[in-house]
Write a protein that binds this ligand. Structure first.
Ligand SMILES: [Cu+2]
Length: 146
């Protein structure tokens, strides 16, 4: 229970910080440096895979740690999933929606998509949902939903 309360408190703080930061100039936002060599990957599915309409995406991160949004812990971040997005979120500002945020520190999600081709890509964000500098981005994979 205590953990849940801490998590909720961290989420609330994170939301307040994001809101506050959206009101200031992008140039004033703190940008978290990326850890050199850190990589984010989509563990599953793999590029070119065919999947059912409902499937699970597993997120991988190496060289840095996962922390819930709002957690001020160096060398950490949380996952964001881009589904069918042609461009990456702008740098230097909190990410909106899309992408899908995993601010609880989740490392997997279940998606339900229409049949056809879709692309998936991960980008890490810091405690304020801002991409690191430089952004830590996975390869963009293409899958077929049957
Ligand atoms: Cu986020």
């Amino acid at each position: 229970m205590l953990r849940l309360k801490q998590f909720i408190a961290a989420s609330v703080v994170g939301s307040v910080l994001v809101t506050a930061n959206l009101m200031v100039n992008a140039s004033e936002l703190p940008v978290t440096p990326a850890v050199e060599g850190a990589t984010v990957t989509i563990i599953s599915p793999k590029d070119g895979d065919t999947v059912p309409q409902e499937f699970t995406v597993y997120f991988g991160l190496s060289g840095m740690g996962i922390a819930p949004a709002g957690t001020d812990n160096p060398k950490t971040g949380h996952h964001h999933l881009l589904v069918n997005q042609d461009t990456l979120p702008p740098e230097g500002q909190p990410m909106g929606n899309p992408p899908i945020h995993f601010g609880g520190g989740q490392t997997q999600t279940t998606l339900t998509l229409e049949p056809g081709e879709h692309t998936l890509q991960l980008i890490l964000g810091d405690r304020l949902h801002i991409p690191h500098n430089p952004p830590i981005v996975s390869e963009k994979i293409t899958i077929t939903v049957k």
